[in-house]
Design a protein around this ligand. Structure first.
Ligand SMILES: NC(=O)c1ccc[n+]([C@@H]2O[C@H](COP(=O)([O-])OP(=O)(O)OC[C@H]3O[C@@H](n4cnc5c(N)ncnc54)[C@H](O)[C@@H]3O)[C@@H](O)[C@H]2O)c1
Ligand SMILES: [Zn+2]
Length: 342
């Protein structure tokens, strides 16, 4: 991730107990149990008033850097790049939370931590990913990736009325989770041509809605575009390996819609924009507007409609985080999602 520095504290998905409050905080007190969203928002600016919290105009102290790179600055984020604020993240014993009356969700139930923890990022992110492709009842939704974000995009696609969900990855246990918990049909991109298989499964029309839950670290099995991306990334000529975005544009049915929760950072090239335009596609994306979704999704957990803890495969003390990162990166030991306990 460009503009991250050695010594930065990572951590996008924290929860904890309030140990101290600043003088301007009115809604929280010492001892409250909270889930903290990864997007930092003021709650008062033009964008926050429109509930576009991840686009908050006032929470990124390094907005000028982001404006130079992107034209305008999104909100600050915990445990991410300095371009988005360089805020120390939640993989720590303590976390300083700016705009604490706007972000943290106070828990007034006795649900176990593991059921509510992912309200901090991946559950709302998967949910917004599904919402962002405007699913119509009965639609076929293709989801690239079977990582944690994709697992919640799959769950949410059903909540929005999908008739069929097809999930794509190459990691056996992730595909298995998509089948068992996600009730999805699956494609292993290492064994099958994704375009051919998706057309076959949809009578040549292509999936109605496509979700790129992979982002800029896509792998490919033999695609020329992916080989070029890899070579350019190795010599720092690109920050993005956009194979999935290209594939989704090619596979999507005419007039269909693509949602991109997967993170991109720079200027991915070879995007088939001619196909995008001529097929009349629509695309929506963004960092998740967390504060918009946390409460309604908590209600779904409370009512028993969903239990997000299904995605957890590993629980380790914070001191073992470096080893857990290696296990996660190398997809060893069936590792899908790690919970760190300080
Ligand atoms: N928009 C947001 O607010 C937001 C929030 C959280 C995460 N994200 C982003 O969402 C993305 C997914 O996050 P995650 O935690 O699930 O990541 P992850 O790395 O665990 O999962 C990515 C999955 O994609 C698979 N994959 C790689 N190449 C593929 C290909 N060509 N086709 C199909 N699958 C392929 C990998 O095998 C892996 O299982 C990341 O880019 C992350 O940064 C975005
Ligand atoms: Zn704001």
């Amino acid at each position: 991730m460009p503009t991250m520095e050695k010594g930065d504290v990572l951590g996008h998905e924290p929860m904890g107990i309030v140990v101290e409050v600043g003088s301007a905080v009115t809604k929280l007190k010492k001892g409250d149990r909270v889930v903290v969203p990864f997007t930092i928002a003021c709650g008062e600016c033009f964008f926050c008033k429109k509930q576009l919290f991840s686009l908050c105009d006032r929470s990124n102290p390094n907005a000028e850097l982001a404006r130079k790179a992107m034209g305008h600055s999104p909100s600050g984020l915990f445990g991410f790049s300095h371009m988005l604020g360089g805020f120390p993240g939640g993989q720590a014993e303590y976390l300083r939370v700016p705009f604490a009356d706007v972000g943290p969700l106070k828990l007034e139930n006795d649900l176990p931590d593991e059921k509510v923890l992912f309200l901090s990022d991946i559950f709302p992110t998967g949910y917004m990913a599904a919402e962002n492709c405007d699913i119509e009842a009965g639609d076929t939704v293709a989801v690239w990736g079977c990582g944690p974000v994709a697992q919640f995009a799959i769950q949410s696609a059903w909540l929005f009325g999908a008739g069929r969900v097809i999930a794509i990855d190459r990691v056996a246990e992730r595909l298995e989770m998509a089948r068992t918990y996600g009730k999805a049909e699956t494609i292993n991109f290492e064994n099958e041509d994704v375009y051919e298989r998706l057309q076959e499964l949809t009578g040549g029309r292509g999936p109605d809605r496509c979700i790129d839950a992979v982002g800029c670290e896509a792998h490919s099995h033999g695609g020329v575009d992916a080989v070029l991306d890899k070579a350019k990334a190795a010599v720092m000529l690109t920050t993005d390996r956009a194979h999935v975005l290209r594939e989704a544009i090619r596979c999507c049915r005419k007039g269909g819609q693509i949602s991109v929760p997967g993170a991109y950072v720079g200027m991915p090239d070879k995007i088939p924009f001619g196909a995008f335009m001529n097929k009349g596609l629509t695309m929506k994306s963004g960092q998740t507007h967390m504060q918009r979704y946390m409460r309604p999704l908590l209600a779904k957990i409370e009512s028993g409609e969903i239990d997000p803890s299904f995605v957890i495969t590993h629980r380790v003390p914070l001191t073992q985080a470096p080893e857990a990162y290696k296990t996660f990166r190398d997809k060893e030991d069936g590792c899908i999602k790690v919970v760190l306990k300080p």
